[in-house]
Ligand binder design. Structure first.
Ligand code: NAD
Length: 286
């Protein structure tokens, strides 16, 4: 039996509709949510992502400013601009599009963002707060993946979850979110032994390795929920995930497609995080 498709288009629209409603409510109370995105250099994929973010903001009634800076921008210049945005009370969210040119240290730049405006959830403060279960900005991709699992009606408590990938922006925060939902979580990575057997034991399998067709049908437990975070280009230059979609969807109970899956949720969650940042400002005024 073919798996249920967890539709990122429908769910992202749902998240964005809530963001739009909340943006309107904030405006009625005198706060116009605003996101500032820094784009440094000429990376074409980054330019596409940033345009997408600005479009999402427009759809949700969130003001956005894209600061497009040349490849030659110095680290000191970028840091000074971030500090200025931190101090600007009309700015609620700050995002630096990665990757940055090689002469700029990403870690330093991320750490310069005020954690209260860190809508990507990449600063050590937000990562730490996520770890100890405090209110924080959750990185958009794992937040979107969790939303999809929950929207599929999965009760995570007591379930065995496997996350393939341990990056700071996807794998690790994904694992923390699943632990917080009382799943039993195994994190796999490039040094993991017997990956197939570990994946095949998962009730919920998250693929976030960046390897086309890494997850094949024999690695999936019948009825499992499979979330494909991967964004790869196949030999034809087409976008594909980490999961061998057709055969796996014959085994899984529910599955997310690529495109049309987690990528759309990532974008939507950025809107939700920006609203949250503006709501914090409103609460602080009360
Ligand atoms: P990364 O390269 O930082 O991390 C990849 C992780 O996968 C590493 O921990 C590595 O150990 C593990 N890995 C790699 N090959 C493996 C293998 N053969 N077996 C087991 N583990 C393996 O990548 P990332 O930034 O975490 O992104 C992962 C994937 O998700 C990429 O395809 C990326 O493009 C995609 N991504 C998608 C979104 C989205 O919005 N859908 C957002 C961020 C990243």
């Amino acid at each position: 039996m073919a798996a249920t498709i967890i539709d990122g288009k429908v769910l992202a629209a749902e998240v964005k509709a809530v963001a739009a409603r909340d943006a309107a409510a904030l405006k009625e109370q005198g706060i116009s949510p605003k996101l500032v995105v820094f784009l440094v250099g000429e990376n074409p994929a980054s330019a596409v992502y940033v345009r997408g973010k600005a479009k999402d903001c427009a759809e949700c009634g969130i003001d956005s400013i894209v600061e497009t800076l040349p490849e030659t921008t110095t680290e000191a210049d970028l840091l000074a601009r971030i500090v200025a945005m931190n101090a600007d009370p009309t700015v609620h969210g700050i995002l630096v599009q990665l990757p940055l040119p090689g002469h700029i240290e990403e870690k330093k730049v991320i750490e310069a963002i005020d954690p209260k405006k860190d809508v990507d959830g990449f600063t050590p403060v937000n990562i730490g707060r996520l770890q100890i279960g405090e209110d924080c900005f959750v990185p958009c991709t794992p937040a979107g993946a969790l939303y999809m699992i929950q929207a599929a009606g999965v009760q995570l408590a007591g379930k065995d979850a496997v996350v393939v990938g341990r990056s700071n922006i996807v794998g690790k925060p994904m694992a923390m979110l699943l632990v917080a939902q009382s799943a039993t979580v195994t994190v796999c990575h490039s040094k993991t032994q017997n990956l197939a057997a570990k994946c095949a034991a998962a009730d919920v399998l998250i693929a976030a390795a960046g390897q086309e067709k890494l997850i094949t049908a024999n690695m999936v437990k019948p009825g499992a929920v499979v979330i494909d975070v991967g964004m790869n280009k196949n030999a034809d230059g087409k976008l594909c995930g980490d999961v061998d979609f057709e055969p796996v969807s014959q085994v899984a109970g529910a599955i997310t497609p690529v495109p049309g899956g987690v990528g759309l949720m990532t974008r939507a969650m950025l809107m939700a995080n920006t609203i949250k940042a503006a709501q914090w400002v409103l609460q602080a005024q009360k």
